[in-house]
Ligand binder design. Structure first.
Ligand code: AMP
Ligand code: GLY
Length: 422
């Protein structure tokens, strides 16, 4: 069989590695992939948002199955286009991807169906939003409606910051059309948990929980990034909380989407906050998380392609999805300066025995050598029987990988280990 995976980051590398375990798969194309993915798939230089070129490629190569991993092509409707051409896909249709593509949509969905989330107001008028932030409780959270590379969220501590955020997003169009509408919501506190799930629209199977580390610096200091590391499972996510989430959040969400005529098929990501009033939804993503996938998929015992096909065919209820009873840690090695300015083009020294533990995010092949090409360069993952060993092992491996200006957080997993001990 010939597969095509859309995307080119660490998440896609992890997906491709896992897919390759299935002997039915002969070839995997990655569009566009990257220099590290090139060791596991055939990279094709087509951007993930070039829907026409992707579709033409898929038809020409007679692709049997497509996995659409990133948010933009999903929100743009790539799955609908490919399925129209008879190519089965893993990923939601456009009318379901809106659960991530529009925060106004997802907040209204949660309100309508009683799914716990932060209290909120939505605005499409700058003056009204500005008037509202004068009396909103502080801190207040301001979110652009649409996709904004994970940067469309401002937690304003003061009225001044809140006003500036509204003006930047709505009047100065900092995130383009994504900011034509905004959500202003209640500030919540508590541990955050990521739960990715497989769902075919009727059945939902949560994967092992995980914890992201979004800030650039140790101790959660510095700017927000695409994610600097992850651990799984997340010790805050106890069995009791998991049961509540299934009953109060996961099932109600897929039922709500079905009721709205937008059945969700694919990976539905729940960004949760465990507040004193119980678990609440911070955000939905219509796809695998990055770098959550780099710790979740290595713990998946079942065959990924079998599970994905079951999702596509609506047969998830009859399919086993098993996870190993183990722990994983992923440390992201980045270019110093990320998420702001950084240099690239440095050769990566990666010992042969560590290649299987590394998912490449931002590197290209140059004269047969892997060189850095992005802010987040690669993730090093370790799987061990306990979290402590997984964290230690990931760092031991990271120390053996080098490139000029390499930077990584030294405290990935520290909070999780503390929680485990408490
Ligand atoms: P997002 O881009 O939606 O993942 O938001 C980025 C981060 O902002 C989240 O991971 C949370 O840490 C934080 N955040 C978002 N919404 C809220 C909220 N209502 N209260 C507190 N923190 C929030
Ligand atoms: N790690 C957060 C995300 O993928 O959106």
């Amino acid at each position: 069989m010939k597969l095509m995976v859309i995307g080119g980051g660490g998440r896609e590398h992890a997906i491709i590695r896992k897919l390759k375990e299935n002997p039915q798969i002969d070839t995997i194309y990655a569009l566009p992939g990257n220099g590290g993915i090139a060791q596991d798939a055939v990279c094709v230089d087509i951007r993930a948002t070039d829907l026409d070129a992707i579709t033409a490629f898929a038809e020409k190569e007679r692709i049997d199955y497509a996995v659409v991993a990133p948010d933009d092509p999903l929100v743009l409707g790539l799955v609908d286009i490919l399925e129209e051409k008879g190519i089965p896909c893993f990923g939601p249709a456009k009318n379901a991807a809106i659960i991530e593509g529009s925060k106004v949509f997802s907040k209204n969905l949660m309100k309508k169906y009683g799914i716990p989330t932060a209290a909120y107001e939505t605005f499409d008028d700058t003056e009204k939003a500005l008037a509202y932030v004068e009396t909103a409780p502080l801190p207040t959270v301001i979110k652009a409606d649409g996709l904004a590379l994970g940067k469309g969220v401002v937690i304003a501590q003061t009225r001044e910051e809140a006003r500036n955020a509204v003006i930047e997003i709505m009047r100065n169009h900092k995130f383009g059309r994504s900011g034509e509408q905004i959500v202003i919501e209640e500030y919540l506190t508590g541990p955050e948990v990521s739960v990715l799930s497989f769902t075919d629209g009727n059945t939902i199977v949560p994967m092992v929980s995980s914890m992201d580390h979004k800030r650039a610096g140790d101790g959660d200091s510095g700017l927000n990034t695409g994610g600097m590391g992850t651990v799984a499972p997340n010790p805050y996510y106890t069995e009791e909380i998991a049961e509540r989430c299934i009953k109060e959040i996961f099932l109600p969400t897929i039922r709500a989407m079905k009721r709205e005529g937008r059945p969700f098929k694919g990976c539905l990501y729940f960004g949760l906050m465990l507040t004193e009033q119980g678990p609440k939804v911070i955000e939905y993503n219509c796809r695998f998380g990055d770098p959550e996938t780099q710790v979740v998929l290595p713990l998946l015992e079942s065959d990924l392609f079998t599970v994905m096909k079951a999702v596509t065919e609506g047969k998830l209820s009859g399919t086993q999805v098993r996870f190993r009873n183990a722990c994983a840690c992923c440390v992201i090695m980045a270019s110093k300066g990320y998420p702001e300015k950084y240099e690239k083009g440095f050769e990566i020294s990666l010992p042969e025995d560590l290649k299987k533990d590394v998912y490449v995010a931002g590197a290209v092949l140059k004269d047969g050598k892997l060189v850095t090409s992005g802010g987040r360069v690669l993730g090093v993952t370790a799987v061990e029987n306990d979290l402590h060993s997984a964290v230690r092992s990931a760092y031991t491996k990271a120390e053996r990988i080098g490139f000029a200006n390499a930077y990584y957080r030294k405290d990935i997993g520290a909070r999780a280990l503390q929680a485990e001990e408490a």
